[in-house]
Ligand binder design. Structure first.
Ligand code: PLP
Length: 416
């Protein structure tokens, strides 16, 4: 991801608040935030203090249950009431793989349904070619997963991949495979093919369809959890899944993920019928970071999300305005502090799924735009499938500077 041929090389030296510096001493306004984890910015004081205190006074890797991990689980449950019991792991990949294993064990079924353009980590359980060429995608809107990489165990494995945001396609896939489907797993706000929010009512339809066929609904809130609302997309849209996965923002820059569900499901792990392990799962230094994040979220409440949403709106509207003024075709999507600026070949309406994004977007143009911005000290990822992330360390003033630099880049004609 970081050494792509079209990426201007950047070796990071250090970060502070909304900025990152490279080893040549150049400062960048960071709109990537390490792919999302840093909702309070680089080196957020409360997180660093909590981790330093934990390590200095108690240790990092204790090899036993700790009270701090119990407190983190309880605070997480306060925000995600559906996570009655919680397990920790170190990455989103592990948590997604464990969640799908749990769903298979609970239902006694083998198949999973996932969505085009969505990513749940690189495990054999769920890794599919999520950025497949349009020609490789089935006309019916669903089909067996295309393997995401060489070397997968089982090819194609028990994974059906469906077009996102289209309940009819999902209904058709379930009509064919329903009795074998353990779970429908989705990013409720798609974040790995650019940001694509769910269509009104879609999440509830998907939940009902999964349940009608006796399957579970899994929300992979690795990106959306604790970010679009304290309780993630499930709070924002009022749809509770059976199993939830959170990560990124939960660690504030430390490697943590959690998955949870109602006790009836999670007890399969507690009773050791389903295996879940990990030497570093629940590592105390990481838990200290998570507790600091959760304390901040719980104490700030709605104010925090109003702040993040306000910043997201300012960036989205501002970028859109500048691009419009310069006659550059684009579509901007934003939910809370997540923003996707899609540059398109021609004016386009809303882009509601991966196929639409892939068809409409000018990827080469976006790379030129990104290079112009990186050269002006603003960093976001050069692949427009990667969203921009804001944090509480960003300010309106800083975003004003970003917009001035976008204006400057457009005036200087990055387009040609
Ligand atoms: N799920 C989603 C939605 C993600 O965006 C990612 C990573 O970006 C993952 C799972 C995998 O997480 P990790 O890279 O921590 O294994």
């Amino acid at each position: 991801m970081r050494v792509l041929p079209y990426h201007i090389p950047l070796v990071a030296d250090y970060g502070d608040g909304p900025y990152v510096w490279d080893v040549e001493g150049r400062q960048y306004i960071d709109l990537n935030m390490a792919y999302g984890p840093l909702i309070f910015g680089h080196r957020a004081e409360k997180i660093i203090d909590a981790v330093s205190y934990q390590i200095g006074k108690f240790g990092s890797q204790l090899g036993f249950p700790t009270e701090i991990s119990v407190r983190v689980a309880e605070k997480l449950k306060q925000l995600f009431p559906g996570m009655e019991l919680v397990r920790f792991s170190s990455t989103g990949t592990e948590a997604c793989a464990s969640a799908t294993r749990l769903a298979r064990a609970f239902t006694g079924r083998n198949k999973l349904i996932a969505f085009e353009g969505q990513y749940h980590g690189w495990s054999d359980a769920v890794f599919h070619r999520y950025h497949a060429d349009l020609d490789d995608l089935p006309e019916s809107g669903y089909g067996s997963a295309l393997p995401g990489t060489l070397g997968m165990n089982g090819n194609p494995h028990n994974l059906i991949v469906v077009e996102w945001n289209n309940a009819e396609r999902l209904a058709a896939a379930l009509a064919e495979h329903g009795p074998e489907v353990a779970a429908v797993i989705m990013e409720p706000i798609a974040g790995n093919s650019g940001l694509i929010p769910p269509e009104p009512g879609y999440l509830a339809q998907a939940r009902d369809l999964a349940h009608q066929h006796g399957g579970l609904l899994i929300f992979d809130e690795v990106i959306s959890g604790l970010r679009v609302a304290a309780g993630g997309a499930q709070q924002l849209y009022g749809v509770r899944p059976d199993i939830t996965i959170v990560s990124k923002a939960l660690g504030g820059g430390f490697p943590v993920a959690a998955f949870g569900a109602r006790a009836e499901i999670m007890n399969l792990i507690a009773s050791r019928q389903v295996f879940h392990g990990g030497v570093y799962s629940g590592n105390a230094a990481v838990m200290a970071a998570s507790e600091a994040v959760l304390d901040e979220i719980i104490s700030q409440g709605d104010v925090l999300y109003e702040q993040l949403n306000g910043l997201g709106e300012m960036l989205a509207v501002g970028m859109g305005d500048v691009l419009s003024r310069h006659g550059i075709a684009h579509v901007v999507h934003q939910v809370g502090p997540i923003v996707s600026v899609f540059l398109t070949h021609e004016p386009a309406g809303r882009l509601t799924n991966y196929r639409a994004v892939r068809r409409a977007c000018d990827f080469e143009g976006f790379i030129r735009f990104q290079h112009a911005m990186q050269n002006r000290g603003v960093y976001f990822h050069p692949n427009q499938f990667e969203s921009m992330f804001l944090s509480t360390a960003h300010t309106e003033e800083l975003l004003g500077i970003v917009l001035d630099r976008v204006e400057d880049a457009c005036q200087c004609g990055w387009q040609s």
